[in-house]
Design a protein. Structure first.
Length: 281
């Protein structure tokens, strides 16, 4: 199947609030694309976009980032995950910040998320019609060393960003003609080799392919950036922060997170005409 346009969303932990701002900016301007694919927090941002829930991406991150129920070492000690997955994928979507499953699955927007299979070390892509969207989203956002591996249909998964941080090639392979890519790093950024490979060999000793994927992640990431730069400017539009985002992957300072979110919103406001021109040419 071919799609006129699509949205590719990088993750990056709570740096992803920049993408949250961009997504809300697009929703506010009623710019709806036909295809969405996201990795890790990018998968969450993409889901909120597909469900057309303006400000939900903000409300499920910035609003609760400093809430003890959201993340912290107490959850790591008690449940094996720094982020409180029960709170994020049960309490929030069903009670506090309800997710619109009906709109999400009922509209025509194609949605996919990226997970990394621990056994193979390869990326796998799941669409919105899979039986357990939130379970898969949890797996996509489960960071190595900081989260428990997630079992789904006899396979264990973790952070989709390990195998495919920026799934633009998958979008093009799926038939997307024009791609908008939301990155959470500035233009000068290049990923450095992982410093945790030796630790990973111990921590994930049963999954050597996954550990190799962590070791080689910087090469895959940087080659993807080179690939993007080589694409026809009529086919790809890259949205990224103008300067480096100075927040942690597990940032709790809600003022900092709010400022980065507003950077994303502001980008869409400033470049609204440019975005429309790209999509309509």
């Amino acid at each position: 199947m071919n799609y006129k346009n699509g949205l590719v969303i990088e993750g990056g932990g709570l740096r992803g609030v920049f993408a949250s701002g961009v997504v809300d900016g697009l929703l506010k301007k009623d710019i709806m694309l036909e295809y969405v694919i996201g990795t890790s927090m990018g998968a969450c941002n993409g889901a909120n976009y597909v469900s057309r829930q303006y400000k939900r991406a903000y409300n499920t991150t910035v609003k609760y980032a400093n809430d003890k129920r959201y993340m912290g070492m107490e959850h790591m000690i008690k449940n094996g995950s720094y982020f409180n997955m029960d709170f994020i994928y049960d309490k929030l979507p069903y009670t506090l910040e309800k997710f619109d499953f009906q709109e999400f699955k009922g509209n025509d927007i194609q949605y996919k998320m990226v997970l990394t299979n621990l056994k193979t070390g390869k990326a796998e892509y799941f669409d919105k019609y899979e039986g357990s969207t939130l379970k898969l989203m949890q797996a996509s956002t489960s960071l190595p060393f900081m989260s428990k591996k997630v079992l789904y249909k006899e396979n264990y998964y973790l952070d989709g960003g390990i195998a495919d941080s920026i799934p633009v090639k998958k979008a093009i392979e799926d038939g997307v003609d024009k791609v908008i890519i939301i990155l959470t790093r500035d233009k000068d950024y290049r990923k450095e080799p992982s410093k945790s490979y030796k630790l990973g060999k111990l921590f994930y000793s049963k999954y050597p392919n996954f550990n190799d994927a962590m070791r080689d992640r910087h090469e895959h990431y940087n080659s993807t950036l080179d690939y993007i730069e080589g694409l026809d400017s009529n086919k790809v539009l890259v949205i990224r922060p103008d300067t480096a985002i100075n927040i942690k992957r597990v940032e709790k300072d809600t003022d900092k997170l709010d400022a980065v979110y507003k950077m994303g919103m502001d980008y869409v406001d400033r470049n609204y005409t440019k975005i429309l021109k790209f999509l309509n040419n």
